[in-house]
Design a binder for this molecule. Sequence first.
Ligand SMILES: [Zn+2]
Length: 295
Amino acid sequence: MSSPESQLRADIVEVGRRLWARGYVASNDGNISVRIGPDRLLMTPASVSKGFMTPDMMVITTLEGTLVSGPPGRKPSSEIQMHLAAYRNRPDVAAVVHAHPPTATGFAVAGLPLDRAVLAEVVTTLGSIPIAEYGTPSTLEMAAAVEPYVRAHDGLLLANHGALALGKDLFSAYYKMETIEHFARISFVARTLGREHLLSREEVARLQDLRGTYGIASPAPICPPDLAPMGPDEDPSCQVLYAPSSPDARLVPDTNVTAPAAPVGIGNFGEIRLTYDQLTALIDDAVRLLAESKR
Ligand SMILES: [Zn+2]
């Protein structure tokens, strides 16, 4: 561990302040932990606003979650089991940040993983951001839900709850949380505008190679295209990322989203409402029938 404990305490306070200032947490939401030794974690205490912490508030636990030291009356974060699951499965991880950033959490509530190849920097740093199944917060169920996903991912959404980011140090975990929320916002805007161009699978392969060039450590490679989405009991050794193959173009119009055929609407006054396409189709039909009847 390079930074002394006093510095890490100050860094946790600073990361908590940023989570609060950016609106990633409300009330006493969220928690932050850092590995400070082979069997020691420094962690935010339960029931405090992350925006107004002080360095002396933090608690120290073992990797089994036993409280080692802390100020009187302070208990470890209620989500300690989820943090422990991350450290247990990832010896390379030295910090975990959990928050409820609104846009990313909105995707988690909608059941939409951020697993589409859209932004180069997200593909190189995080790869895909899947959704861990719902588990009751603060329970072992929550830890079991994230366990299969943390093995191959540094960032994940938690169904109907929030987001989790893992890093080799505290700020790298925090920046991943920022990237998750930023990516969610951009995805939201693009989908609101009605379309999403995707990076081709070939471009994703190029970006994967860049990971090595820039020394970006990723927990796992992108899965081959024909692999089915990962389930909790399946091989967690790669990341499922949706990127259509296109050897000739780096950007591909999204072919996965086909606009559903709009039903014929009935207006407030009983009038029939048609889309332009439906009206055109009706006129074409009428013209064709007319032409046939004249034969
Ligand atoms: Zn939470």
